[in-house]
Design a protein around this ligand. Structure first.
Ligand SMILES: [Zn+2]
Length: 400
């Protein structure tokens, strides 16, 4: 399993050294505000972050470089603001090492892209060498890992300064870091560890769950924000329960194979995106539970959605809006798979879970079922027994 990346986020200047000064602003203060903001965002995602300073104190470049080297961080990002003589310059530039083998430049580019997206002018990624051909910036020269120095904007340019929000800037930098040094190299969470994770547990797995829940929280505000400390306390439990409710899983606060699989799905592929995914597209619950004997459009929607999530195995149900025994069996099987009470009745939780699954671009269910052979050309109705068997197979394959 890949552990979470460790990042050095440093604020340039400090204490006796204000850095650039213009119009009553001191660079050291802006650097610190951005550094603290980026650090908070990264920690929220589960990163280990070390800082050179978190308050207005002197810094030593040599000591700070040693700190990063001794801690064997994966990357170092130092924050500055630019300044010039004459007509104020504008925009953002990011420096990387002349010794770079690829990742430093990639990191510089990713950070720059995010900042430019905020409206700052793109001045490019650069290297800067001294007369000996070494990195002109000492922090980059002394660091043993990919190291970049971000000149966020021009402190002497009023329009750069009016565009600046230090929190947004910090977040943009954090996002750039995450792009190149993702929380997990596979993007998201590793395979299910084999045993359920619950209150009282302390482990790397708990850290991964907390980091993933914090990412889910960006889409689902109801989930409480967590400190990523690897300790499964009551607040983590509350977050798990809230997440389970949102996605329609049994809200028991325990991370078993299905909750883990759903978290994996939530934290795949860079996450945080708008559009698609999640339970956002679920139609409102009709108000009364659907059960055998029910009829109408709501039943038809459930049938259609169940057919969709069980592709490519052919259509199991006729979408006739009549809740018959086959629909009941399909609902029961679905409930079993997703750890809901298997009563064959579509109440609010089952409703939410069915449509959350259906709303996925690639339903988790279908992702797994692609691996099995079920005669994908088969447009004819497959017996429900086959579906049950298939789902049990899926469940086994998820549990591993
Ligand atoms: Zn500076």
């Amino acid at each position: 399993m890949t552990s979470l990346p460790k990042i050095a986020v440093y604020a340039g200047h400090g204490g006796q050294d204000p850095g650039a000064v213009a119009q009553g602003r001191q660079e050291k203060n802006l650097n610190l505000a951005v550094s603290n903001a980026a650090t908070a965002v990264l920690r929220g995602w589960g990163y280990t972050v070390i800082n050179n300073r978190t308050t207005d104190v002197d810094r030593s470049i040599t000591r700070d470089a040693n700190l990063a080297n001794e801690n064997r961080v994966d990357a170092l990002v130092e924050i500055h603001f630019n300044s010039n003589q004459g007509v104020p310059g504008t925009g953002t530039e990011v420096f990387y090492s002349v010794r770079d083998t690829g990742r430093g430049r990639a990191l510089a580019s990713a950070i720059l892209r995010r900042i430019v997206a905020l409206g700052f002018r793109d001045r490019g990624v650069k290297t800067q060498a001294n007369a000996q051909g070494q990195d002109a910036f000492a922090i980059i020269r002394l660091a043993n890992m990919p190291a970049v120095l971000v000149e966020c904007a021009f402190i002497n340019n009023p329009s750069d300064m009016s565009l600046l929000n230090t929190d947004t800037m910090g977040r943009a930098i954090a996002e750039g870091i995450r792009e190149i040094f993702p929380v997990n190299s596979g993007g998201g969470m590793p395979a299910y560890p084999g045993t359920p994770i619950r209150v009282g547990d302390r482990s790397e797995h708990v850290r991964q769950i907390q980091a993933c829940l914090n990412r889910a929280q960006e889409r689902h505000q109801a989930i409480p924000r967590l400190t990523v400390d690897g300790v499964f306390g009551p607040r983590t439990q509350e977050a798990v329960i809230t997440f389970q409710r949102i996605v329609g899983l049994n809200p028991d606060g325990v991370v078993g194979p299905l909750t883990w699989a759903r978290l994996q799905q939530e934290c795949q592929g860079g996450g945080g995106g708008s559009g698609g995914g999640g339970s956002g597209g679920a139609p409102p619950f009709p108000g009364t539970s659907l059960r055998e004997g029910s009829r109408g459009d709501s039943v038809r929607m459930v049938q259609s959605c169940l057919n969709r999530v069980s592709q490519p195995c052919g259509r199991q149900l006729s979408e006739d809006g009549v809740f018959g025994p086959r629909t009941r069996d399909a609902v029961t099987t679905f409930q079993r798979i997703f750890e809901l009470t298997p009563d064959g009745v579509v109440g609010p939780i089952t409703w939410a879970r069915i449509f959350s699954e259906c709303g996925q671009t690639v339903p988790a269910f279908r992702q797994v079922s692609n691996e099995c052979t079920c005669g994908s050309n088969n447009e004819a109705a497959a017996p429900v027994a086959d579906q049950t068997q298939l789902m049990q197979l899926l469940l086994l394959s998820m549990v591993k």
